[in-house]
Design a protein around this ligand. Structure first.
Ligand SMILES: *Cc1c(COP(=O)(O)O)cnc(C)c1O
Length: 407
């Protein structure tokens, strides 16, 4: 095992100099090559920056007039933030820590959207001092704070929309009704703020492109309500929801874009609003591979399914396996050997640290302790969700490679 420094993310820029645009030029699987060459201690996450760039450019092309704000929480690896700054991205942040991260990597304060509706007054003040001028809100209390400590800023109001079709919905924590949103925006204008627009989130890993219509229709309703009272919001923030590729197949980006365009046309006609979009999972999910090691394989008490215990689990990176919501595709050292059904579990002494028992997974019968197992498309909501060390397991380290650089 090579001496590697991670977590802040060692960038394994292979020594070659040629930088090739696009994807797949000469280096089909740079993550696999990194893993084979360096054999890093597991578990670890390896991100391919070239794939993140490629996704960003796809979205840029698909929604040319939308401002793209990367939802930093999906994967806050500094190298990823840096790459996206270089691509011209903006950022959706939720805390002073994420603002610091973006600014430290060179993001302009004007490129930062404080998208969390739940924030402390002093954190708003701090962001304002740092130059942030765009804030989400969904309550009177938060709006009052913004008006007082971030005077004159742009605000958008989050509405609660139907999350059906989402693998990981937001529940009811965020957002208000369109009517409340209109009231808040009118009040924002009275308080001297710029009543900029409306946001929503249709739920992460949203497999139904038509879901965007709920949010866009709600936004149009808020716009109309505000206009009747002399206030003219002009921006619709489409939020996140675009998918990554897990065991289920997700519709292609084009289907989402078509759904968004149709909904916009229907709801706004020629008065098309400014657009903002906040992709998290879509930009980084497919760009990461999580390498783990089999700790043990045991026969179950009832003799049915083997239990495969990995050194990655619910607390050191796989939080999204809760409820078996996200089902990662797997690759093992023994693919091709005869397979049988397994229960997959993590390494801690916590009874909930079981990854998949209802979802059917089959793994090679020859799999045994010490073998590696890769979880594919694991670049989003893994390292950023790992605990600070529950049960003595360290947070998930992240390495970055760049598939556009020659080996
Ligand atoms: C998490 C989050 C996102 C990103 O959602 P994805 O489904 O990962 O694209 C976007 N906007 C807000 C406000 C969020 O909290």
């Amino acid at each position: 095992m090579t001496d590697l420094s991670a977590t802040t993310g060692v960038t394994d820029r292979p020594s070659g100099t040629a930088q090739e645009p696009g994807r797949g030029n000469g280096n089909p699987d740079p993550i696999r090559r990194f893993l084979d060459q360096h054999n890093p201690e597991t578990p670890c996450l390896v991100m391919d920056l070239a794939q993140v760039r490629d996704r960003y450019r796809q979205l840029r092309t698909a929604l040319p007039d939308a401002r793209i704000c990367y939802a930093v929480k999906a994967n806050p690896t500094p190298e990823i933030v840096g790459e996206l700054i270089a691509e011209g991205a903006s950022f959706d942040v939720a805390s002073p820590g994420e603002i610091e991260l973006c600014l430290a990597k060179g993001a302009a304060p004007e490129s930062i959207s404080y998208g969390n509706t739940i924030k402390k007054r002093r954190d708003i003040a701090r962001a304002f001092e740092q130059g942030v001028r765009l804030f989400a809100t969904d309550s009177d209390a938060d709006l009052t704070n913004i008006a007082e400590v971030a005077p004159g800023s742009q605000v958008f109001c989050r509405v609660l929309v139907d999350n059906t079709g989402s693998k990981t919905p937001f529940g009811r924590k965020f957002g208000c009704t369109p009517q409340q949103a209109a009231n808040l925006l009118v009040r924002a204008a009275e308080l001297g703020l710029d009543a900029y627009g409306v946001s929503f989130h249709i739920g992460s890993q949203q497999l139904d492109p038509a879901a965007y219509r709920h949010g866009i229709d709600a936004a149009a309703q808020v716009f109309a309500d505000c206009a009747a009272r002399g206030v003219r919001p002009r921006m619709v923030n489409l939020g996140g929801g675009l998918p990554a590729g897990y065991t289920e197949t997700a519709p292609p980006l084009a289907d989402y874009v078509t759904a968004v365009e149709q909904a916009l046309e229907r709801a706004f006609g020629p008065d098309r609003p400014e657009l903002l979009v906040e992709p998290g999972r879509f930009l980084v999910g497919d760009a990461g591979v999580l390498r783990s090691e089999v700790v043990l394989v045991t026969d179950s008490c009832d003799g049915q399914r083997r239990w495969v215990y990995l050194d990655i689990g619910r607390y050191n990176g796989l939080a999204e396996t809760e409820g078996e919501a996200i089902t990662y595709r797997l690759r093992t050292a023994r693919d091709g050997d005869p397979e049988g059904p397994v229960v997959l579990a993590g390494p801690t002494c916590d009874g909930d640290d079981v990854l998949y028992q209802r979802t059917r997974y089959d793994l090679p019968r020859t799999l045994r302790g010490g073998d590696w197992v890769d979880l594919l498309s694991a670049g989003a909501y893994t390292a950023s969700y790992s605990s600070v060390g529950f049960n003595g397991f360290t947070p998930l380290p992240t390495y970055c490679v760049d598939g556009d650089q020659r080996p």
